[in-house]
Design a protein around this ligand. Structure first.
Ligand code: COD
Ligand code: ZN
Ligand code: ZN
Length: 376
């Protein structure tokens, strides 16, 4: 492409300091370096984690920063030694890398690649520099994806090529929300046919857990949310019952244990709170129930649990990005979508032009959107 090797000027949403909503700016995006890829983003979803950065809830984030990690786009140019994609390929960014070489990537039991931003300064590229500048200032990356920019640079380990026939404005949802919830049910919990499930939190990720439980053949899928406006969609996607903790004068775990006899086979925390994490564990079945934590409580918080809950046979585990090894999983999930075997598009409640990103953040904060997709 004519832009290869050159600095590109384009639109991006920059968060200048903690507590500020992203503002649209013109940024300069440097060409990709060795093992890096520059991508033209076509569609990107707004995830709660992006908003948490805007709210300043992550103490280790450096500003100014360009967030965004749930997206799909087209390769504009590649740096030296890139072999897995070429310009013009459709791709999905991976907010958890799969380098293919580290001990975790070689271990079928985990998706926690050891060469990811979890183990390095996450606001910089792997070589500890940035590719973005705006008004003469360096702008930081986020999760090595920074998809709230028309063009962005990513390491090759953070990118995977997908079917060129895939509609990017739909499959962008595989980048975080859908895969996180769907995989929590199928991979982390391994929900079995005929089992009972409880999902705490019916946002985009919780609804994806609901879809995963349904695909796995669960017979009872109980949705729990304090916002009853979420119930209709949850039922449409597979929840058999929905309840609000505010409608009971006893703890929600007691309600769930009474509803099911001894508790649910699988409980999922998809809110990101410690109190609901404890309630989810306590609602898991005595002797054999599994509780999967999907939500991430505020940094610095501690989970205080009665050890007897575990000693009496319940299991507690965490799940990140649905336990998928993302580079392997995304092309397969895209193919499942093309064959109508999964429905990430069910999460899209709003679609806006990129310029209206601030409106997208407002919708998320007001609890009005499930997923708002921004189109460039
Ligand atoms: N009891 C019941 N429901 C509640 C409560 C409560 N006390 N508080 C809030 N809720 C409901 C809300 O009404 C809402 O419907 C739902 O919980 C939360 O949904 P959203 O829309 O805020 O969020 P999601 O579904 O997009 O994402 C939820 C996560 C928990 C996955 C996310 O916020 C998170 O913690 N992410 C970090 C962990 C992670 O997996 N990240 C992957 C990369 S981002
Ligand atoms: Zn790895
Ligand atoms: Zn996310």
């Amino acid at each position: 492409m004519a832009t290869a090797g050159k600095v590109i000027k384009c639109r991006a949403a920059v968060i200048w300091e903690a507590g500020q909503i992203p503002s649209i700016e013109e940024v300069e995006v440097a060409p990709p370096r060795t093992h890096e890829i520059r991508v033209k983003i076509v569609a990107t979803g707004i995830c709660r984690t992006d908003d948490h950065v805007a709210e300043g809830l992550f103490p280790d984030i450096n500003y100014p920063v360009i967030v965004g990690h749930e997206a799909a786009g087209i390769v504009e140019s590649i740096g030296p030694e890139v072999t897995s994609v070429k310009p013009g390929d459709k791709v999905i960014p991976l907010c958890l890398t799969q380098c293919g070489e580290c001990a975790s990537c070689q271990n079928p039991k985990t998706n926690f690649c050891l060469k990811s931003h979890f183990y390095q300064p996450q606001n910089l590229m792997p070589d500890k520099t940035t590719r973005f500048t705006c008004k003469g200032k360096q702008v930081h990356h986020f999760l090595w994806t920074s998809t709230f920019s028309e063009y962005t640079v990513m390491p090759e380990s953070s990118i995977v090529k997908i079917d060129n026939a895939a509609p990017l404005e739909k499959v962008c949802l595989f980048g975080c929300g859908f895969s996180t919830g769907y995989g929590a049910a199928l991979n982390s919990a391994k929900v079995e046919p005929g089992s009972t499930c409880a999902i705490f939190g019916l946002g985009g990720v919780g609804l994806s857990v609901v879809m995963g439980c349904k695909t796995a053949g669960a017979s009872r899928i109980i949705g729990i949310d304090i916002n009853k406006e979420k119930f209709a969609k949850a039922k449409e996607l597979g929840a058999t019952e929905c309840i609000s903790p505010n409608d009971f004068d006893k703890p929600i775990e007691k309600v769930l244990v009474e509803m099911t006899g001894f508790g649910v086979d699988y409980a999922f925390e998809v809110i990101g709170r410690t109190d609901t994490a404890v309630a989810a564990l306590a609602s898991a079945r005595l002797g054999s129930g599994t509780c999967v934590l999907v939500g991430e409580p505020p940094s610095g918080s501690q989970l205080i649990i009665n050890p007897r809950l575990i000693l009496t046979g319940r299991k507690l585990k965490g799940s990140m990005l649905g336990d998928w090894k993302l580079k392997e999983a995304f092309p397969k999930l895209v193919s499942d979508y093309m064959n109508k075997r999964c429905h990430p598009e069910a999460l899209i409640s709003h679609t806006l032009p990129f310029e209206k990103i601030a409106e997208g953040f407002e919708l998320l904060r007001a609890g009005k959107s499930i997923r708002c997709i921004l189109l460039f």
